[in-house]
Write a protein that binds this ligand. Structure first.
Ligand code: ADP
Ligand code: MG
Length: 675
């Protein structure tokens, strides 16, 4: 999709242009007129001139070509003017007007109508019900928002116009530089993925910020994000994260994967930084603005005040990814030579309350020369002699040597310093927690390695799967299931001839979902006589507990030894198959201790999944226990992920439990759920 003329139009028509200051058509016209270089055509059938420009009754009577049209006419005539745009061969149309699918059935019909017009004439549609777009570098403000922010590398895609305007307003105050702004509206035409793709290749954009309420095509989104985050960071603020849609679940897997958690996993796997609030977004955006886009681990805190720096150090130590580094003895010695004896050259480097600008300067010279130092947080508290502005000014000299952030703590005493920071694009914060939080978040976007594509064979299409069909399907996917199926009690003697005791026996019946709850499972059966007895007992229990249950037979398995784990798959409607791993029993359900990945999951990624759960020491060996065969588990996880991709009709897979010990992993119970 080519969006070049959308962001760099030579000529713009404002359809519904107005001289009435209260109308959208007025704001749009004023905003596009701010750049005098473009040809602007106000369109309005009832006016001759608007803002001293000649006005046209329709785009069709305009002589020259039009690259972009902005529509701000009432909803019921949008389709008429859009059709005229099509006839005029206008490639890009931003529909500002609201009253479409967000406004009930009538609106939905209107939206479908404009969609089909757009398809017919091959128009790129943005909106309807949106604020518009901006290209800061080319001074295009095709929106009814306020002024353009200053130019810079941050692109912003927003599904909410209001979040868009308030963020831009904050950004103007902080002089955060933007490349593009896109208000998506209802996404009748172009979606967040179209813009993501465009911005990924846009040389003016160095980082992408997205505010999302819903994702149009999760798989495409992940695919694009994975590529883009290799080159530039993507930050996503998703609304409604806490909303836990309670859905009817027929397996453990279902209850373990609320959609917000899946979204988090999707972000992590695609290298996206996912944030919870606008304030977190602002913190991270400030880093981007100062050129810090890559994660930094080893930090030094340079300070003139003990207390606040201790707070900062505690926060660093308790962060997930940051390290309060050990400063080398060489660097420490250099610092000792320039600093007073009362100063501390450990980390934090405390240059004491009476420090003037010079002491900061000398320390920064030394710290910046140390290759091991990843980044420096410069803290300052105001004492009588503190040279606040002078100190603020010198930071720019070090900005290109090391990632530097400033935490100048105080009230109005810091106003001037803040202006200097904004001017010099130095990430500055009023308290240490904000910068540490932001630095920590930078790491969440990089948890990505090339995933080797998992291999497996294509499995034939299956319809509704019963217990035995499921077993067959899993077997062909390379997942080994033990056990033999016995249809009649009479066959027991023959079928159990070569079995290794002790065994487990479990009922096979379409009506019985939770077998042991219904009395359908017997374990530790030691011989044939016990097996015959177990058969009768199971039949009796099932008849008692499950009305009208039809018993197809029993599955008999040699008792597996080891620890119980769960491997599951749940198909998410946005992101496709999600693979879930956890320990069996209370761990996974009560402690919510599970890990997740989007499919496909390579074996090495599967190992990470296994080691990621809190209870993983239980598997890797605690108190002299031998570790279980992690590789065998990983193989099953990979196979489940591939099975799910190859068989889109499967809704859920529940391998519960898989018994794993030092040598092997065995799936002893399974369920596959189709729609
Ligand atoms: P359901 O989940 O339908 O109740 P399962 O087949 O999972 O039935 O059996 C219930 C429990 O019985 C398992 O969680 C496991 O503890 C035990 N069990 C079942 N089959 C075996 C087996 N082959 N080896 C060891 N334990 C087993
Ligand atoms: Mg089970």
């Amino acid at each position: 999709m080519n969006l070049t003329t959308l962001f760099n139009p030579k000529s713009i028509a404002v359809i519904g242009a107005s001289a009435d200051k209260n109308k959208l058509g007025y704001s749009l016209l004023v905003n596009v007129l701010a750049n005098k270089k473009r040809k602007i055509y106000p369109i309005n059938p009832t006016a001759k001139n608007i803002l001293r420009l000649p006005c046209y009754p329709s785009v069709k009577v305009v002589k020259g070509a039009i690259d972009l049209a902005l529509i701000a006419v009432p909803a019921d005539i949008v389709s008429i003017v859009l059709k005229e745009c099509g006839e005029k061969k206008i490639p890009n149309v931003v529909i500002i007007t609201a009253g479409f699918k967000e406004a009930g059935d009538e609106g939905l019909k209107r939206e479908q109508e404009i969609k089909s017009i757009a398809e017919k004439y091959k128009i790129n549609i943005i909106g309807p019900n949106c604020l518009g777009i901006m290209n800061v570098q080319s001074k295009l403000n095709a929106s009814f928002g306020g002024n353009l922010p200053s130019a810079g590398g941050l692109a912003f895609i927003s599904q909410s116009g209001a979040v868009g305007t308030s963020t831009l307003d904050w950004a103007i105050k902080e002089k955060i530089g933007f490349s593009k702004f896109i208000s998506l509206g209802n996404e009748a035409g172009l979606t967040e993925n179209d813009f993501l793709e465009y911005l990924g290749n846009d040389k003016d954009t160095t980082a992408i910020l997205m505010y999302l309420e819903a994702i149009t095509d999760g798989k495409k989104f992940v695919e694009l994000a994975k590529k883009i985050t290799q080159k530039k960071p993507i930050v996503v603020l998703k609304a409604g994260k806490t909303e836990r849609g309670l859905k009817a679940v027929s397996s453990h897997t279902g209850s373990l994967a609320p959609s917000d958690k899946i979204f988090e996993v999707a972000c992590r796997q695609s290298g996206i930084i996912s944030l919870n609030s606008l304030s977190e977004v602002f913190g991270v955006v400030k880093l981007f603005q100062s050129g810090i886009t890559k994660p930094i681990k080893d930090l030094v805190v340079l300070t003139n005040g003990g207390g606040p720096s201790i707070v900062a150090c505690d926060l660093i130590e308790s962060s997930k990814h940051l390290n309060l580094m050990e400063i080398s003895s060489v660097t420490k010695n250099k610092l000792r030579q320039v600093l007073p004896s009362t100063a501390s050259v450990n980390n934090p480097v405390d240059i004491i309350g009476d420090a003037l600008m010079d002491r900061y300067k000398q320390s920064l010279d030394i710290l910046c020369a140390d290759k091991k130092v990843g980044g420096i947080i410069v803290m300052l508290t105001p004492q009588k002699m503190t040279e606040i502005e002078e100190t603020a000014k010198i930071l720019k000299n070090y900005k290109n040597k090391k990632p530097i952030t400033a935490v100048f703590i105080g009230g109005s005493a810091m106003d001037e310093a803040k202006k200097i920071f904004i001017q010099e694009k130095i990430a500055n914060y009023t308290c240490p927690s904000k910068v540490i939080e932001a630095l920590d978040y930078l790491h969440t976007g990089t948890d990505q390695k090339k995933r080797q594509s998992a291999k497996s064979s294509k499995i034939g299409q299956q319809k509704s799967l019963d217990f035995l069909q499921s077993r067959q399907l899993l077997k062909t996917a390379g997942i080994n299931l033990t056990g033999i199926f016995i249809e009649k009690k009479l066959d027991l003697t023959e079928k159990l001839k070569n079995i290794k005791y002790p065994i487990a026996m479990k009922v096979v019946s379409d009506q019985v979902l939770h077998k042991s709850d219904a009395g359908g499972v017997k374990v530790n059966i030691k011989n044939l006589a016990e097996a015959v007895k177990a058969w009768d007992e199971i039949v009796k229990k099932i008849q008692q507990n499950v009305k009208k249950a039809k018993i197809d037979g029993m599955v008999v398995q040699t008792m597996a030894s080891g620890k119980e784990v769960i491997i599951g798959m749940l198909r998410d409607k946005t992101f496709g198959p999600v693979i879930i791993f956890g320990l069996g029993g209370i761990f996974v359900e009560i402690l919510q201790d599970s890990s997740m990945r989007l499919a496909p999951v390579s074996e090495s990624e599967a190992k990470k999944m296994i080691l990621e759960i809190k209870a993983s020491p239980f598997l890797t060996g605690v108190r002299g226990q031998k570790p279980v065969n992690i590789k065998a588990l990983a193989k099953i996880i990979t196979a489940v992920s591939v099975l799910a991709i190859k068989n889109p009709e499967i809704q859920e897979i529940d391998l519960n439990p898989v018994m794993v010990n030092e040598t092997s992993a065995e799936v002893v119970d399974w369920r596959i759920i189709n729609p």
